[in-house]
Ligand binder design. Structure first.
Ligand SMILES: CC(C)(COP(=O)(O)OP(=O)(O)OC[C@H]1O[C@@H](n2cnc3c(N)ncnc32)[C@H](O)[C@@H]1OP(=O)(O)O)[C@@H](O)C(=O)NCCC(=O)NCCS
Length: 181
């Protein structure tokens, strides 16, 4: 299975230890972390290094397929697909604020959807976003995610639960994952 994917403007590749300082800087921005469930604010030293170090094992175990997003040879964000305890696979993503509003995450999400369907052989992807995250909701709407429910979701950065929206995208595969866990 390939670890490198390309879109018209982006390269999706494996995370590397050298990405850690930049990840800390970009996710240290509250405008980014407040839209994510498990990223604390302030972003502690060492967290990015620790998180990146667990990626290869998670990929091999089939629990988490994480890609660094590169634009013009710069690391600008992350997109990943995680197998949840329920057996569903959830897609999550973030982009550094300087690159918002150019359609870049739309490109990355389209690519990750293709990867989920064609390489992982998944039948569906689930996701969730905070109700005040219109940009993420719009991306998912564009690619056909359907709202399945609403509820409170934790936000570590905000230090409280926040109204959230649960979604699902049917991928149309009839066989379960082609990748051995
Ligand atoms: C959400 C996020 C990934 C969007 O990335 P992006 O590259 O700016 O998104 P895109 O430009 O590809 O697409 C955003 C879409 O939302 C729309 N949008 C943006 N802000 C909006 C708003 N306030 N209200 C309604 N629509 C909005 C854009 O017009 C665009 O839709 P379009 O293609 O129909 O024009 C980015 O802002 C981010 O990383 N935020 C912090 C982390 C995060 O929210 N992660 C997702 C958690 S679920």
């Amino acid at each position: 299975m390939t670890h490198t994917l390309t879109t018209p403007r982006l390269r999706l590749r494996k995370l590397q230890p050298a990405d850690a300082p930049r990840m800390q800087a970009l996710c240290g921005n509250l405008n980014v972390s407040r839209m994510l469930e498990v990223v604390p604010h302030p972003y502690p030293d060492g967290l990015a290094e620790e998180w990146i170090a667990t990626r290869p094992t998670a990929w091999r175990d089939g629990t988490l397929y994480t890609f660094a997003i590169e634009f013009a040879d710069e690391f600008i964000g992350v997109i990943g697909i995680e197998r949840q305890d329920s057996g569903d696979h959830a897609i999550g993503y973030w982009l550094g604020e300087p690159w918002w509003g150019q359609g870049l995450m739309s490109e990355a999400v389209a690519c990750a959807i293709d990867f989920a369907r064609d390489e992982l052989g998944l039948e569906k992807l689930v996701s969730a976003y905070f109700a005040d995250n219109a940009a993420s909701g719009r991306i998912q709407e564009k690619y056909g995610f359907r709202v399945t429910g609403r509820g409170r979701l934790p936000s570590l950065a905000r230090g409280q639960d926040v109204d959230g929206v649960y979604t699902v995208l049917q991928l149309g595969n009839t066989t379960e994952s082609a990748v051995a866990p």
